[in-house]
Design a protein around this ligand. Structure first.
Ligand code: PHE
Length: 341
């Protein structure tokens, strides 16, 4: 029996040492020390021993059991350390590997143009305002002298929210003139860029949503000469010192007199080409002296104060600025297009 026990011990110790994984070690624990294990089997034979031999053998079995348990524990520690080592190796970060540079985007060309425009106006003492895209027809039309029945109020042109046409997506940034007059102390110099909406089909020059930049000056003794001088300076800052501007008479309900400003075509320099449809000039904005009645409706005395206002399409301006020939490119956001700016 002694030999049998010694053999089990030697075998078990060798088997423990040879294990690579905790699960294998556990299986061996069951095999040698478990209830149905080899050592337990030996204990069950104790009945056949003499009364003197029994305690001796019992002590021996206990001793072997203790040393096997110690060996098991020792091996478990080794396996755990090895597993940790392997994991550390696997998860090691090689700090010398070159990093992956994140792909940085950049500003959309229209916003590059807008930032330039804002900077020019801020440099001239204008405040930049932001206003709601959902607007009251009262501010978009009535307060701007476009009374009931005015063609621009038609359902075929304007996105209304309600049956009685009182709430709408603003069709121009001009209601910002009214909001500024109602809230700002005089004198006022402001620009207000933002989205506007009209029921237009999409083509190379139209979109149902586009951006305008509104501007307004109200002060004492302001004249059309200020309007022309300021807007020509802005055009030269945007398109280059040599650019020429041209003012043509026009009509807007809220300005009197009204005009449109053209800039010399950037493509042909005024000779006439497909971009300017042979004209040599490109229409850039609408403007005019603020109608006295519009001032009166805002509680401003037109005998004391006068002002001028303008509004221009931002997409069109960015297109001229960057020589882009199709409006849809501005909205499609094709990265191959955007990356050129
Ligand atoms: N709101 C006008 C438009 O959308 C432009 C404009 C603004 C004209 C300010 C005069 C003064 O066409």
């Amino acid at each position: 029996m002694k030999e049998q026990i010694a053999k089990i011990k030697a075998e078990a110790l060798a088997a423990f040492e040879g294990t690579q994984a905790a699960a294998d070690l556990d299986a061996l624990r069951v095999k040698y020390l478990g209830k149905k294990g080899e050592l337990t089997a030996v204990l069950k034979q104790m009945g056949s021993l003499s009364a003197e031999e029994r305690p001796q053998m019992g002590a021996l079995v206990n001793e072997v059991k203790a040393s096997l348990e110690a060996a098991l524990e020792e091996q478990a520690r080794k396996l755990e350390a090895a597993a940790m080592e392997a994991r550390l190796k696997l998860e090691a970060v090689d700090v010398t590997v070159p990093g992956k540079a994140p792909h940085l985007g950049h500003k959309h060309p229209m916003y590059i143009a807008l930032d330039e425009i804002k900077e020019i106006f801020v440099g001239m003492g204008f405040t930049v305002l932001d206003g709601p895209e959902i607007e009251l027809a009262e501010l978009n039309f009535d307060r701007l002298n476009a009374e009931e029945g005015h063609p621009s109020r038609d359902w075929s042109d304007t996105f209304y929210f309600d049956e009685d046409s009182r709430v709408m997506l603003r069709s121009q940034t001009s209601p910002m003139q009214v909001r500024a007059m109602d809230t700002m102390p005089l004198p006022i110099r402001m620009v207000a860029p933002g989205r506007v909406y009209r029921k237009d089909e999409v083509d190379a020059t139209h979109s149902p949503m586009f951006h305008q930049v509104e501007g307004m000056v109200i002060d004492k003794g302001v004249t059309m000469a200020d309007l022309k001088g300021t807007l020509t300076t802005v055009a030269q800052r945007l398109f280059g010192e040599g650019i020429r501007t041209r003012f043509r008479p026009h009509h807007f309900p809220f300005t009197e007199p009204s005009c449109e400003m053209d800039v010399q075509c950037h493509k042909c320099g005024g000779a006439g080409c497909p971009t300017c449809k042979g004209e040599g000039w490109i229409e850039l904005l609408g403007a005019g002296m603020i109608h006295p009645h519009v001032l009166e409706m805002a509680g401003i005395d037109p005998e004391v104060w006068s002002g001028w206002a303008f509004g221009f399409g931002l997409e069109r301006t960015a297109m001229s600025r960057f020589k882009i020939d199709d409006l849809r490119l501005i909205f499609e956001n094709d990265v191959r297009f955007l990356e050129q700016f």
